[in-house]
Write a protein that binds this ligand. Structure first.
Ligand code: ACO
Length: 434
């Protein structure tokens, strides 16, 4: 072995056999399959890694989003999130994520035009959305209706064709707000509002949510901007649970609607996109600043979880939380202050000084304050994750697109460590129960 090779490899000694192996290190990782050569006997399947929750396993190479969790850095295609939130808009960020670079003026205009003119859905979609129970959770409705779009666009299964992929990507980014808004209207027993193509992406979404009998719904520009920023902040977050679900399901080469429906399902859970809904419920349960110390004690005793705190990747601060805190002020200027804000700020202050949270590097994540903003818009908590899903759609699709073009990718199929019984003898029920 040369010195260079020695530097870029890992020497492993298997103490069971005394054998040594050199395993190449590339991009600070070793290929898990290289461990397969470490075996006791020829018919031994070889050494594998055990990593529930993929805590230390890279599943792909990706050029979409960069995160440095220790330094609190988040970049989409190399651009810092702070700059995008301040100077860009959601559709431009969506273009950036999908195409890999910022659009020219002409590319941007074409993109916005394409998205705007695909906001309508087939009338039959409206029909089946009406079929949900009156109290259906809007995330369940969104998951089902995104999945159902695959039946309206059967050509979407042709995932190897770049133009076809582009068409489905445009359709999905365009139609998510329509499906999301209609899920909301259904729960309220209100008529569905068709898209208004004179309005921008986020303003149109607000119109489909809140328009009643007026000719035109024109939301306060500051609210439109704040929601647009929230969409930008949620647009991608590398290999998170829902993106992993999109990639995992997409790896079977299914159409992108089915893959994104899996992402919506993953996002639904309280440890992921459902966290902001859980934060709001938690703040309401705490009820007043006086109850915070008892609540914190409950968390430290393991009886509670401080929702909106902690992150698998960010161990210092979540840059999105900082931007959201500022957006809170902009929104409350229009809507008036949410009384829960005081409880949230006090909770954050106490937790950040408490040894339990400091030791575990637990900081507010993107969802700690986003629920407060959404509530100021008068969204019920069930809608919060729908808003997250709309924002995350370009990220899911950028990651899906990368996956289907990545020659290294295979159908996702982890190994297991089998812990059950073996080679039992089956006795028929008639004998067992005799
Ligand atoms: N409240 C109290 N204790 C916590 C919290 C929390 N919010 N988060 C982590 N901990 C504790 C754990 O109990 C554990 O303590 P221990 O070492 O004594 O056992 C330690 O901190 C490490 O936590 P893990 O659960 O191992 O961290 P993991 O990376 O697996 O979990 C997660 C990350 C799921 C986000 C977790 O912090 C959590 O449940 N937070 C609350 C839910 C939430 O806000 N989710 C939104 C995430 S952001 C997003 O999806 C957009």
């Amino acid at each position: 072995m040369t010195d260079v090779a020695a530097k870029d490899s890992l020497t492993v000694r298997d103490n069971r056999t005394g054998e040594e192996y050199d395993i190449a290190i590339t991009d600070n990782t070793i290929a898990a399959k290289d461990l397969g050569q470490i075996r006791l006997t020829d018919d031994d399947p070889g050494l594998a890694t055990y990593d529930p929750g993929f805590v230390n396993t890279a599943s792909c190479r990706s050029a979409v989003t960069f995160i440095d969790g220790d330094k609190g850095i988040l970049e989409y295609r190399g651009y810092p999130i702070e700059q995008l939130a301040e100077k860009s808009n959601f559709l431009e960020v969506a273009y950036l994520l999908i195409h890999g670079s910022l659009p020219t003026k002409e590319q941007y205009d074409t993109w916005v035009h394409e998205i705007t003119y695909h906001t309508f859905v087939h009338e039959n979609v409206k029909g089946f959305m009406h079929g949900f129970r009156y109290d259906a959770h809007p995330m369940g409705m969104l998951m089902a209706s995104v999945g159902a779009l695959s039946t309206f666009y059967p050509d979407a299964r042709n995932i190897s064709d770049a133009d076809n992929r582009h068409m489905q990507i445009v359709r999905m980014i365009a139609k998510m707000p329509t499906l999301g808004a209609w899920s909301f209207r259904h729960a309220q027993g209100k008529p569905f509002v068709y898209p208004d193509n004179d309005l921008g992406y986020t303003a149109n979404f607000l119109s489909m949510l809140f328009k009643m009998s007026e000719q035109k719904f024109e939301a306060d520009e500051r609210l439109v901007k704040a929601l647009d920023v929230l969409f930008i902040l949620h647009a991608d977050h590398e290999q998170n649970c829902s993106t992993n679900a999109v990639r995992s399901v997409g790896s079977s080469q299914v159409d992108p609607y089915s893959a994104v429906a899996a992402g919506v399902g993953a996002l639904y859970g309280p440890l992921h996109g459902g966290a902001n809904e859980a934060v709001l419920r938690m703040l309401k349960r705490i009820g007043s600043k006086d109850n915070i110390p008892a609540f914190i004690e409950g968390v430290k005793d393991g009886n509670e979880r401080l929702m909106g705190f902690g992150h698998r990747v960010y161990k210092n601060f979540d840059p999105r939380a900082t931007i959201i805190k500022k957006a809170c002020d902009d929104v409350f200027e229009v809507t008036g202050v949410n009384p829960l804000l005081e409880i949230a700020k006090e909770l954050e202050k106490i937790a950040l000084e408490d040894e339990y949270f400091v030791k575990r590097k637990l900081y507010p994540n993107v969802d700690f304050y986003s629920g407060l903003i959404y509530e100021a818009f008068q969204f019920p908590p069930e809608m919060f994750t729908v808003l997250f899903a709309i924002g995350r759609t370009p990220g899911w699709l950028a990651q899906w697109s990368e996956l289907v073009q990545d020659k290294d990718q295979k159908i996702a199929r982890p190994k297991q460590i089998y812990t059950g019984d073996r080679e039992l003898t089956f006795t028929a029920a008639s004998e067992r129960w005799a």
